[in-house]
Design a binder for this molecule. Structure first.
Ligand code: ZN
Length: 426
């Protein structure tokens, strides 16, 4: 059989399986797998893998195994139910290159429900889109990878290399799910992560630092507010100082060969603010959870030092904070940026798959968020490709994945597996 026939049979099988793929995607999106509640999603993935005869490894993540590894981000919430799930396909003939296909099943909170047109965890298919929290980021991609493998089988082929299908958690907050699979020993000649990249290949991505400002105040009755110190207002001062740091880091980013093409690659975000106990009491406390980006090649430790120095400097200029300095806690991501390099073979294989589905050459994406690819590339020199479907509103309201783009991305994934792992007649 020539390559064209092989491709055609696989692409036809993706089309034939697409209704089933959508039904599974809808079931997967319907599980509200926010941080700490990913268990049912991991159960579902485990069942899907077992039903397909993959060898399933489903384990509890022990943070003590991970703390000293590159890219670890601290976790303070209850982690006793945290699991990773890996399904392994073992070939009868080995002639191609091995592959990790990875998706994350954690999703970010839905936010106020009244701002959604349809409930976030009751996925709806309408006008060629599937709406729901995680429909785009990235449950459709994870299920797509599984159905790409199904299509190869349905077309009458089987891969000739080992494949690990991995479902991880914590992608949205620390990355320790992906880290746990590497600590467990899973390796391959390449990793492929079907995040929703809009049909582009992630060339460079930022790193991210999460931190919590813990600001104290002097509580008094608001009738004598002048004699106290308002922790919420003091937090505003610190946020202003950190916005200046963001401006400086963006100026520094003008020297980066990928990120200089973007107007504002470094984004600082105060994402959660809590404080005070009573409307008529000057607040004695305010906690602000913040996120800021760094670029590939920047050190996390240097970034942390600059954040601490900027907060300390702002506190010195403040009447109350100068004697009661705020604390900074590292509250999640401590992640480096990542640039896809030393990946010519994997990119060539993907390039062929892309050309067969989309025509032409895949475009690069310079990404102002991060993905789990960094652990494979930085920690183990495993070329780690990130490519997937289109849609809108990831982390927003009315998140959706465009279904035509999902079908195409599934086809490109299937042909990449064929190209990279090699196939034999089943
Ligand atoms: Zn994602």
């Amino acid at each position: 059989m020539n390559l064209g026939d092989q491709h055609k049979r696989i692409l036809d099988a993706v089309d034939a399986g697409f209704d089933g793929q959508l039904a599974t995607t809808r079931d997967f999106v319907a599980v509200p797998s926010t941080r700490g509640a990913e268990g049912p999603c991991q159960d579902m993935i485990g069942d899907l893998l077992r039903a397909r005869d993959y060898e399933v490894d489903d384990w509890h993540i022990d943070l003590d195994d991970l703390r000293d590894l590159r890219g670890y981000g601290p976790i303070a919430h209850d982690f006793s139910k945290a699991r990773s799930v890996v399904g392994t396909y073992r070939p009868s003939t080995i002639s191609g290159k091995s592959l990790i296909l990875q998706g994350h099943c954690d999703v970010v909170p839905a936010g106020p429900l009244e701002l959604w047109e349809t409930p976030p965890f009751s996925p709806v298919v309408r006008n060629g889109r599937m709406y729901g929290r995680g429909a785009l980021d990235m449950k459709s991609g994870t299920i797509g990878a599984l159905y790409a493998l199904d299509a190869i089988k349905a077309a009458g082929f089987r891969p000739t290399a080992r494949i690990h299908v991995q479902s991880v958690i914590e992608e949205e907050s620390t990355g320790v799910g992906a880290l746990s699979t590497l600590q467990r020993g899973y390796r391959a000649d390449a990793c492929f992560i079907p995040e929703p990249t809009g049909g582009k290949m992630v060339r460079a991505q930022v790193g991210v630092i999460w931190f919590r400002l813990k600001v104290r105040g002097q509580p008094v009755h608001v009738a004598h507010a002048g004699s106290g110190s308002n922790a919420i207002m003091a937090a505003y001062d610190l946020i202003g100082a950190l916005q200046e740091l963001e401006t400086e880091w963006n100026a520094r980013a003008a020297g980066d060969r990928h990120f200089k093409t973007l107007a504002h690659p470094i984004n600082f975000n105060p994402g959660i603010i809590k404080g005070g106990d009573w409307a008529s009491s000057v607040p004695a406390w305010c906690d602000v959870d913040c996120r800021i980006a760094i670029l590939p090649g920047w050190s996390v430790a240097d970034g942390q030092k600059e954040i601490l120095a900027r907060v300390a400097q702002a506190a010195r200029d403040h009447r109350f904070l100068s004697n009661n300095p705020p604390e900074v806690e590292w509250s999640g991501f401590l992640s480096e940026g990542y640039e896809l390099t030393a990946s010519a073979e994997a990119e060539a294989a993907f390039g062929k798959a892309f050309a067969a589905v989309y025509g032409g050459a895949v475009q690069d994406l310079v990404f102002t968020a991060l993905t789990d690819t960094r652990f494979y590339g930085l920690n183990y020199n495993i070329p780690s490709l990130c490519f997937g479907a289109s849609g809108e509103a990831l982390h927003g309201f009315n998140e959706y994945v465009d279904l035509a783009s999902l079908q195409q991305a599934t086809k490109a994934t299937a042909l990449f597996i064929a190209e990279w792992c090699g196939l034999e007649q089943a």
